[in-house]
Design a protein around this ligand. Structure first.
Ligand code: SF4
Length: 414
């Protein structure tokens, strides 16, 4: 049977799709070539915003057209939310009903058990799932409904998978999860214990000479303790790279959003990182246009974010999601135009911060891991440990190797 697995959304979905494909291949299925129609199409969907839902539907319609004889199975977060609406007897939108007519099965993810997964996007990096689900129920978010409660495997199991990835040639492991700092909730272990174990992968006899590095894809600020930051600062394999969701820089908004910290705590975390790892790359998630974000609160948020010494912002525009608590709250709705305006402003702030961060590191020594992609003008790309993208003339021998370089001299900013 020829199968095609199509993935939308986050790295976690990509890791899970990869595990799914491997299971199908082990059962005798073959991967459909890009040019041929498949017998079975599985679409692993996302539902983080309205736009994500829209994209899911577009992709499903297109796949039905391109594979008219195939069985179509839809799984993932969008599938989970549709199933929930059906279970509660809620009326589906016309667009969702049209999707149900196109597909053979809707299979939401298992919301109770942990299913291990990892994927390799090219020969270099491996996305390793270490946690799933979330117990936080932020008032704007549907993810806890789509992915269930927080759960994780035991550390020993993650270590085995990471070692396997290194044996297969991965040089960089990116730890992924929904609320990763919550690791250990279901096993009585802790996130920092996991990090310590992963820093020792090369203690295993057959991996003694293996060079590798690890990135933590994201961690909630209240769970990113000083102990973890200090550990990363002194570790042998963890990259000086943090990705921390802020979502709003105004304390009243953080309360409305039911986030678990104040902006003062967030700022302390950033200051601590800058104190112990001055060259760290710090990416920050920011939402704009959330209900209740008055002009006064937005200005307060903007002023806060402008002064934070971070390297990049990931900007998300709020969209109303069915069944979230925010819709039941009596809050001022931010007009769409205003949401777009705030998004543009934060994109510009982000651009300035990234340029600034890059300029600070010109002429500095760094270790780059070269990736396999070749650009049209014949260059090869890679990231330094602190996530600066650089390039140099293509050389096949460099692929999947670490190299010590001077930024702006041996390799150019990209
Ligand atoms: S922490 Fe909040 S925003 Fe993140 S997945 Fe959990 S509920 Fe959603």
């Amino acid at each position: 049977m020829k199968v095609r697995v199509v993935t939308l959304g986050c790295k976690l979905n990509f890791a899970e799709s990869s595990a799914l494909m491997n299971t199908l291949l082990a059962k005798g299925c073959v991967r459909a070539k890009p040019s041929e129609a498949a017998d079975l199409v599985i679409v692993n969907t996302c539902t983080v915003t309205d736009t994500a839902d829209h994209k899911d539907r577009q992709v499903i319609h297109r796949l039905k057209r391109e594979n008219p004889e195939a069985k179509i199975i839809v799984t993932g977060c969008y599938a989970a939310l549709i199933r929930q609406k059906q279970t509660r007897g809620e009326q589906l939108s016309d667009a969702d009903t049209a999707i149900l007519r196109q597909i053979n099965h809707l299979i939401p993810k298992d919301l109770e058990h942990f299913h291990p997964a990892y994927s390799r996007d090219d020969r270099t990096r491996c996305f390793l799932k270490v946690q799933d689900g979330c117990n936080y129920f932020c008032t704007y978010c549907t993810i806890p409904f789509a992915r269930g409660r927080s759960r994780n495997p035991r550390i020993a199991h993650v270590v085995e998978q990471a070692q396997q990835a290194l044996r297969e040639g991965a040089k960089e492991i990116i730890l992924t999860g929904v609320n990763m700092g919550d690791f250990g909730r279901s096993t009585g272990e802790t996130f920092i214990e996991l990090l310590r174990a992963l820093d020792q992968l090369d203690n295993n006899s057959d991996l003694g000479q293996t060079e590798y590095r690890i990135r933590i894809s994201s961690c909630e600020p209240n769970l990113l303790t000083d102990e973890i930051i200090d550990f990363v600062a002194g570790s042998r394999h963890f990259a000086p790279h943090f990705h921390i969701p802020l979502q709003s820089g105004n304390n009243e908004m953080l309360k409305i959003m039911h986030r678990h910290y104040t902006r003062e705590l967030f700022e302390e975390r950033i200051e601590h990182i800058r104190r112990v790892i001055p060259h760290a790359f710090i990416g920050v998630d920011c939402m704009v246009g959330v209900r209740g974000e008055s002009e006064e609160r937005w200005q307060d948020y903007l002023a806060f974010i402008q002064r934070l010494p971070v390297s990049q912002l990931h900007v998300f525009t709020y969209s109303e999601r069915a069944n979230t608590r925010m819709l039941e709250m009596n809050l001022e709705v931010v007009p769409m135009k205003e949401r777009e305006r705030c998004s543009q402003i934060l994109h510009q702030v982000s651009q300035d911060k990234t340029n600034n961060f890059y300029q600070q590191h010109m002429g500095q020594q760094a270790v780059v891991l070269w990736e396999s992609k070749k650009s049209q003008d014949g260059r090869i790309f890679g990231f330094t440990e602190n996530y600066i993208k650089v390039s140099c003339p293509y050389d096949k021998a460099k692929i999947n190797h670490f190299e010590s370089i001077i930024i702006g001299c041996d390799a150019q900013l990209s």
